[in-house]
Ligand binder design. Structure first.
Ligand SMILES: NC(=O)c1ccc[n+]([C@@H]2O[C@H](COP(=O)([O-])OP(=O)(O)OC[C@H]3O[C@@H](n4cnc5c(N)ncnc54)[C@H](OP(=O)(O)O)[C@@H]3O)[C@@H](O)[C@H]2O)c1
Length: 218
């Protein structure tokens, strides 16, 4: 994010304001997950494949007993996911989509050829239930969530985030229509989320922060 907390521009363009080191940092975090999770809007705007370009990262995964690439998980309430997106043109690892029965039939038919669909009867996906399914059906123990802000905020609201990796890039955007880390919503979070800073590293002009998120008492 920028110094003033923006994660993209007002036009929701893909992030091009961070360094090569930050991109590698993202791949390193992705490489740790049994699964990588992305919101539909980020998938649509960034058109990412969610692969791992560095063979060493894939070798390290195999040495840890993981698959070479993480399971790729997409979350969408409406389910109008374009089957021609790049992610569906790459079969490096299975793709799982969590959505609802609101997904139109023609999308269901097209996407079923490329991914496994989990469609719930509710109007929106229950994210805790989704994580339970990932654990039960796919043996997923760690999920690397790559955003965007709407999904991250929803996970925070349900107390489902353990760690936040945050890079501060040396820019200020200003404005009210470029999303911050928790999106564009004017609403406060239901309660403030307490973080503990566990690591801080500077490389060039960027600051790489790791926070542990304190869970509410359950
Ligand atoms: N700077 C960064 O590190 C960074 C990281 C990630 C993304 N971004 C940027 O952020 C922008 C997108 O952010 P965003 O906040 O608009 O989108 P997002 O969180 O990626 O996606 C929002 C969409 O995901 C689905 N979704 C979100 N929460 C859900 C839930 N609880 N249950 C079910 N589905 C849920 C919905 O899809 P449907 O509409 O299909 O129902 C929702 O509209 C892009 O411009 C991207 O480039 C920046």
């Amino acid at each position: 994010m920028t110094v003033d907390g923006k994660i993209t521009t007002k036009n929701f363009t893909p992030v091009d304001f961070t360094s090569r080191e930050d991109k590698t940092h993202l791949f390193r975090q992705r490489a740790l997950g049994d699964a990588v999770l992305i919101g539909h809007s980020t998938l649509k705007h960034d058109n990412v494949r969610l692969g791992l370009p560095d063979p060493k990262m894939r070798e390290a995964r195999i040495a840890r007993g993981q698959t070479p690439y993480p399971l790729r998980v997409i979350v969408s309430n409406e389910g109008r996911i374009d089957p021609s997106l790049k992610i569906f043109q790459t079969d490096i690892s299975p793709i799982v989509i969590f959505s609802t029965v609101r997904m139109p039939k023609r999308y269901q038919d097209a996407l079923r050829k490329k991914a496994t669909l989990h469609l719930s009867d509710a109007r929106s996906v229950d994210l805790a239930w989704m994580l339970q399914q990932l654990r039960r059906d796919y043996g997923v123990r760690t999920v690397a969530c790559e955003g965007g802000a709407t999904l991250f905020r929803a996970l925070l609201e349900h107390d489902l985030v353990d760690q936040l990796n945050l890079t501060i890039a040396p820019y200020l955007f200003g404005g009210a229509t470029a999303p911050t880390l928790t999106g564009l919503s004017k609403d406060f979070l239901p309660r403030s989320v307490r973080c503990t800073l566990t690591e801080m590293r500077t490389v060039g002009e960027e600051c790489f922060l790791t926070y542990r998120i304190k869970h509410r008492r359950r």
